[in-house]
Design a protein around this ligand. Structure first.
Ligand SMILES: [Fe+2]
Length: 345
């Protein structure tokens, strides 16, 4: 490959002339923005142990009242992107959010899409588009772009959940903003009850739902049962995985990020192929070792890690006699829509 000319190779007067006219020569930066074969990735393999972040998150409950925070969150920031940029990967934001008994995080809506993976505690709820979604460990609750959402807590212990947003991407596009709203009127029905039976969709006199997001809560009890049924049905199948989908379309649950649950059989080691999207892994149940590039993370329940794209990841269930369950978020829907999705095996 040719060595390309450097900025320093150009006379200062020429560089000054370019700068005065808001012009930049491409060739000194060409290899940086279009490197050979593998993209430059700032995303570093990073693990956040729940045991270490939990006391600091609880401390934030003493230090900052909810009125001063609106959303009381510690962001899981990837050092490769610079902590202040609050990115787990190029397109993914991760935050651990705390809501104390009796607190209320007021209603708002925004352009970035969010999901919540509930980590700890009972009695909290998120109201999304008028639908009251109870929050229990392992449940996935969607707050897609543009839908009103607020969080309340009728229980007695702190509730903590993992937020996954496409905020870095939407912010990068200069399309990120929010609107505050009034407390929502709660509708009497629960959408997840209507949509939990696979293969059938609620129908009102031959009319299917016209909502973009007909299902907002994916109870862990149902997702776990689906994984266990899959594992039992095909004991030879190494990859026991489900995708969180829109039950009306069968497509991804949200537009930009993809969400999955994976069951690792007792003692199983599973190699995930090198695909273009960055990925996030969160242990819902069990003990899992994650090998990502040159790092090995030993993860227990509620630990979270991330992996850059274009790298294979090896997950090992450290339990010899019981399954482990992992929640995965990735940038697949985005990569597929943009036509840059790759599986390099
Ligand atoms: Fe929000």
């Amino acid at each position: 490959m040719h060595e390309l000319g450097r900025l320093e190779d150009l006379p200062q007067s020429y560089r000054d002339d370019l700068k005065a006219l808001n012009l930049v020569p491409l060739w000194p930066s060409l290899r940086a923005v279009l490197p050979p074969k593998v993209p430059t990735r700032l995303t570093q393999p990073t693990c956040w142990a729940y045991e270490t972040l939990r006391p600091l998150l609880l401390q934030s409950g003493d230090l900052t009242p909810i009125e001063k925070a609106e959303r009381r969150v510690l962001v899981l920031a990837n050092p490769g992107h610079g902590l202040e940029n609050m990115k787990a990967s190029a397109a993914m934001y991760l935050g651990m959010q705390l809501l104390l008994p009796g607190e209320w995080a007021p209603s708002h809506r925004h352009t970035p899409n969010a999901v919540r993976m509930i980590v700890e505690g009972e009695g909290a709820y998120t109201t999304v588009d008028g639908e009251k979604c109870p929050m229990s460990r392992g449940d996935l609750i969607l707050t897609p772009t543009g839908l009103w959402h607020e969080h309340g807590h009728d229980g007695t212990e702190p509730v903590i959940w993992l937020d996954v947003l496409d905020l870095p991407l939407v912010y990068y596009m200069e399309a990120s903003y929010h609107i505050n709203g009034e407390r929502q009127m709660v509708k009497p029905h629960r959408g997840d009850v209507q949509n939990t039976r696979s293969g059938v969709a609620p129908t009102r006199m031959f009319n299917r739902s016209d909502k973009s997001y007909p299902m907002l809560r994916y109870p862990w009890v149902d997702t776990k049962a689906a994984l266990q049924a899959l594992a039992k049905d095909d004991p030879a199948q190494a990859c026991v995985q489900v995708t969180y989908v829109n039950p009306e379309t069968g497509g991804d649950a949200e537009n930009i990020l993809g969400f999955y649950a994976l069951m690792l059989r007792p003692g199983q080691t599973l190699r995930l192929p090198a695909r273009s999207p960055a990925q996030v892994f969160h242990v819902i149940e069990g003990r899992v070792e994650a090998q990502i590039v040159d790092r090995t993370f030993t993860m227990v329940e509620a630990d979270t890690c991330c992996a850059p794209g274009y790298e294979s990841v090896t997950l090992k269930n450290l339990h010899p006699d019981q399954p482990s369950f992992v929640f995965i978020a990735d940038e697949s829907p985005l990569h597929r829509k943009l036509g840059v999705y790759e599986d390099r095996g």
